[in-house]
Design a protein around this ligand. Sequence first.
Ligand code: FES
Length: 114
Amino acid sequence: MSPFRRQRPPVCLGPVENFPDSIPKRVSTSPPIAALRHGDTIHVFEDRCPHAGAILSRGTLTGEHLTCPAHKATFDVATGRSVGTLNCRKLRTYKAWLQNGLIYITPTPTHKPH
Ligand code: FES
């Protein structure tokens, strides 16, 4: 592998005020991802349930646990882990941070499914 291999730059999701506190919001459809902001903490995760593909950002949020609207699989959006009784694979998650009022994420997931 070349030591000069280029790294892909972070991806900007937009101004933090576009992300209301504690409300999951879809930000991209290709691949489908969603962001959830709790104050200055931001979680970004795939917005497609690994069970059967429902849109997770339309689910029910309890703290950092998001329950799928279709068959009620539940995920910890901070880790991507399935935490409910319906055991699914882990969600892809992205490292996210705030910089100058904008939200950025890594261009590739930090947690990939096993
Ligand atoms: S599609 Fe999410 S639990 Fe079935």
